[in-house]
Write a protein that binds this ligand. Structure first.
Ligand code: FES
Length: 141
């Protein structure tokens, strides 16, 4: 299966890339299957994610899914951001080849990890709100 036009677009022209000054939360996750790393920054105001950016030391599919995920949650509430699944991001990209599904999990995990950091910085235990950060099933096969 070849990459969709949307994947190629977000890979070659990723949105919201880079470090953020004074973020409200930062999440960093690694993919045990390939060793790739993703860092996600969020700025939160009144429970809304007003800004988001990411840096990925990873493959094209990881870049494309992160780019699309940031576009999908920018301006949304934290609750909505936490509901974003890797499946929804993949659908928005018109699919990924099966061997690349695990790459999309990185974006979902990074968002949850950044939100968890946001709560921790305020002295709030994130576990009841964010839950366990899902492990990549594809990475355990
Ligand atoms: Fe590592 Fe895609 S191969 S995230």
């Amino acid at each position: 299966m070849a990459y969709s036009a949307k994947v190629m677009d977000h890979f070659s022209n990723p949105r919201n890339v880079g470090e953020m000054k004074d973020p409200s939360g930062v999440g960093e996750v690694g993919n045990p299957k390939c060793g790739d790393i993703m860092r996600m920054y969020i700025k939160v105001e009144h429970n809304i994610i007003t800004d988001i950016s990411f840096m990925t030391f990873g493959c094209g599919a990881a870049i494309a899914t992160s780019s699309m995920a940031t576009e999908m949650i920018k301006g949304k509430s934290i609750d909505e951001a936490l509901k974003l699944t890797n499946k929804a991001v993949m659908e928005a990209l018109d699919g990924l080849p099966p061997v690349k599904v695990h790459c999309s999990v990185l974006a979902e995990q990074a968002i949850k990890s950044a939100v968890a950091d946001y709560y921790r910085r305020q002295g709030i235990d994130p576990t009841p709100i964010v839950g366990d950060i899902p492990e990549c099933e594809a990475c355990h096969v």
